[in-house]
Design a protein around this ligand. Structure first.
Ligand SMILES: CC(C)(COP(=O)(O)OP(=O)(O)OC[C@H]1O[C@@H](n2cnc3c(N)ncnc32)[C@H](O)[C@@H]1OP(=O)(O)O)[C@@H](O)C(=O)NCCC(=O)NCCS
Length: 179
């Protein structure tokens, strides 16, 4: 478990899967991801089982320390221990927390761990080009755009592109939490 001032990051428990499903199918959040069929409880359970013992990826639940409530999720994917890079993703599923400090602290704790404990050299993300809020959010941590992965996702009747962004350890700008 990683603990900050406002949030902690903990492992996913089976009791989280219903909430994760609600976040994933919230229209305002789902618009920024590839289209998915709705899933039932058995499919959610299988997804949860598939997260166990994955050496190259990890999902963590973001919990508001003030009320011990899960508010979102961090994903760490494609962990490459030889070349020292990985992909990240952040979803604040409870939109009341958008624009507050919790998302920033979640990404800070994640990136601090990846750079300074796992010794990653490069962290990257891919986000849909229309997801301007997210692009702005990651830029604040030093992410810069490397390129555009053209027409990668078909949704809402058109192809959309991914913005591919990354940050190296020496360009990382950790978010400072005032004490
Ligand atoms: C992406 C996400 C984690 C960011 O958390 P957040 O609490 O909303 O982020 P913040 O408010 O700290 O930062 C967002 C920034 O974008 C800005 N912003 C908001 N809408 C914007 C827009 N349409 N265009 C450009 N910038 C925008 C905000 O003003 C803020 O910048 P500021 O702090 O300089 O004012 C959250 O919005 C979320 O979960 N979104 C849905 C899932 C998602 O898209 N995840 C990213 C892909 S992995």
């Amino acid at each position: 478990m990683f603990s900050g001032k406002y949030i902690l990051l903990r492992a996913i428990e089976e009791t989280d899967i219903n909430k994760i499903s609600i976040w994933n199918f919230d229209n305002e959040i789902a618009q920024y991801f590839e289209s998915r069929f709705p899933n039932n409880i058995l499919e959610q359970k299988k997804w949860f089982d598939a997260q166990i013992n994955q050496p190259n990826k990890k999902k963590l639940i973001i919990v508001d320390k003030a009320n011990n409530t899960p508010i979102g999720m961090v994903g760490i994917m494609k962990i490459d221990h030889i070349n020292k890079n990985c992909e990240v993703g952040v979803t604040i599923g409870d939109k009341d927390y958008w624009g507050k400090i919790h998302g920033k602290e979640a990404l800070k704790l994640t990136m601090d761990y990846l750079f300074f404990q796992l010794n990653m050299q490069t962290i990257y993300i891919t986000v849909l080009e229309e997801n301007e809020r997210s692009i702005h959010f990651f830029k604040k941590f030093g992410f810069v755009q490397n390129g555009l992965l053209k027409d990668m996702v078909y949704k809402d009747g058109k192809y959309q592109s991914y913005v591919w962004m990354s940050v190296q350890k020496n360009n990382y700008q950790p978010f400072i939490i005032a004490s």
